[in-house]
Design a protein around this ligand. Sequence first.
Ligand code: NAP
Length: 256
Amino acid sequence: MDKRRILILGGATEARDLAARLARRTDLAVTLSLAGRTLDPAPQPVPVRSGGFGGAEGLAAYLRGETIDLLIDATHPFARQISANAGIASKAAGIPLLRLERLGWEETDGDRWTRVTSIAEAVTALGGEPRRVFLAIGRQEAKAFDAAPQHHYLVRSVDPVDPPLDAPDVEYLLARGPFAVEAEVALLRDRRIDVIVSKNSGGDATYGKIVAARILSLPVLLVERAAAGDGHRAGTVEEALRLADHLLGAFRKRGV
Ligand code: NAP
């Protein structure tokens, strides 16, 4: 029997977990696609292709060329362009699309969150008075904070921020999660941080800073996700596995 072919668009932790679960299946051929931004990517349990496709059209051409049966978008909740491309390309190629997106964090007692809808809004929400800011949003959008050069920034990212910020008072910290709560508390105390900027990424790996902020009673500017698109969605790897089988089954029936 021909193997059913799945392309997973990766970038979030769940993509790797899902790939590992699907890799055990002898009836499936799974490829993981990475943007290729991380200089030292983690090893993956299935074959990997790396780098952009050249927009939605390029992705559609890849899906057709590789005769992919199911596209799974397991990119980061804040990677918006590739998710939009996945929607367009799956329609163009006539195959089902499954979105795996972990749930966001929920505010709880002791949290001091201000929710914003964009990085630009977070920059403004820091206010005019100089503050000591922990920027835990990754490297790609850190440059936006040049617009508020009065603050001190502690910028943490997996790879270096390049080019660096123009703001004059910036410390860079290279680190890859997961981050333990105790270490986050120690970091925030040591650097005398008085506000944190974070995306509402959800998951455990980067939740430590949110708990640490609660312990230290520090405010958090939390950038929320864009509204979810329609289509097949899973919040967990387990749910994605079930839906993937369902979609592959439905697609086969339609195809014969
Ligand atoms: P993006 O703005 O949505 O994507 C920009 C372009 O990068 C896409 O149009 C596509 O290029 C390429 N691309 C993105 N993901 C890809 C994948 N899995 N395979 C092949 N090409 C991909 O994404 P981003 O915010 O720059 O994030 C880049 C990657 O880092 C994503 O895989 C994402 O999951 C991961 N990530 C993002 C964040 C975040 O906060 N944004 C955090 C952690 C990890 P083409 O148009 O040429 O195909």
